[in-house]
Design a protein around this ligand. Sequence first.
Ligand code: NAP
Ligand code: MG
Length: 496
Amino acid sequence: MTNMEVETQVRKFTEAPLHLLIGGQWVDAADGRSFESVDPATEEHLATVPHAGDEDVNRAVRAARAAFEDGSPWRTMTPSRRGKILHRIGDLILEYADELALLESLDNGKPMAIARVADVPLAADLFHYMAGYATKIEGETIPFSLAEPGRYLAFTRREPVGVVAQIIPWNFPLLMAAWKLGPALAAGCAIILKPAEQTPLSALRLGELCQQAGLPDGVLNILTGFGDAGAALAAHPDVDKVAFTGSTEVGRSIVQAAAGNLKKVSLELGGKSPNIVYADADLDQAVRGSAGAIFFNAGECCVAGSRLYVERPVYDEVVAGVKREAESIKVGRGTDPDTQMGPLVSREQFDRVTGYIRSGLDDGAQVAVGGERVGDRGYFVQPTILTGTSPQMKVESEEIFGPVVVAMPFDSPEDVARKANATSFGLGAGVFTRDIGKAMRTAETLRAGTVYINTWNVFDAAVPFGGYKESGWGREMGHEVLRNYLEVKSVIADLK
Ligand code: NAP
Ligand code: MG
């Protein structure tokens, strides 16, 4: 398709009436409410989507439960067929990659060119990877010792956990949907997906593609709406499991809401990830890597390297290098082909990030570069480095979730390990050094779910991702994620 045709298709999608997906039907919210999705580059109306309320939550949970009943098309489908549907979803994502990249760019603000080479193919790859697991979910036979050999046969079955609510954020809308849906579908669960209010569009388009791929009605239900719909799902007595990605604060409320029926919970939460540059590092690589660690996706990455620790002898040189990188980043509309950084996702996020920058300055930090809004329309913020911070400052301890890094010198491996781990988060961490021994020791010391060595922001469907400490429970991706969606049943038979 030409660019023009892609644009026409996407406009057709955003301008058509959009609906909730419940039980295989595209429907309005029960009470007819809707809300707007806004283009963060222009602050203009992009699309109108249904605003799901309690009745819609109940309808979607009933539809998912029906799809999960014994004897339903989903429960009686062979694993091989399930895998083929997942594979087909991945194929369709690639077939419509240009459209999805544009849709994502308009709704979230991110550069379309980056969505086209990162978000979209990674989402497809996740489905392709998970497709293979549908036929490989196996139990074990277990030798018995409390009776004579041959008396008992004991084996385990891995069964889908049931009806799953999945609540996702706005920073990688399509990719987060893929991370959640892929393993839950491979496991054979039925799902209610709640995309973020800021970025509901790619999930709706993905819902169409899932139908096109042959997913039976009710296996995937999609509710566009706000936090109250997420909260109702997390508290719902007929939901067996809730999987959440977003803020630590909401993560905590999910845990409380889940306590009613003790539904299973997995959480992928925030971070304040330390990035350590030793003096012996390849400094060009370290500078590029450190800039990418914080400025990729405008810093709206849960794993952003937002605390930069540089060994004192090279501190000035590295900070100057990251500053040059920051100055060279082209900030603009995501739909411009040469844009490297788009706007923040929303007015709320813009206010939050600029508020953090102001609080840093009020507390006595200095701006090495950036610190300002770009233009007077759209939620654009300059790539920013703050120096002269201290652990008491909010900018050094709290997740900003924008293109803002605090840079700090350190004096020894022990010094930096202590500082790096002095946080309630534990999502990511990184180290730049040419010394393999030092790299390995640092990787072992850092209390984080992912440790990058001489790189950052590298993901693969096969590599688990998730948090230590208050950065979450459970892992996304890899075979680890399947645990989130499977129950283990032990079957014991007396063979006498
Ligand atoms: P958030 O409120 O945690 O939103 C994440 C998802 O949870 C959205 O779908 C949201 O719906 C839903 N939600 C909100 N309140 C809920 C509740 N009480 N129960 C169940 N679901 C609920 O995140 P945010 O407010 O958009 O962003 C705030 C901060 O969270 C960011 O600045 C950043 O620090 C952090 N964050 C982290 C990640 C991550 O990947 N770990 C991603 C995004 C944001 P609505 O969209 O309607 O609120
Ligand atoms: Mg929110």
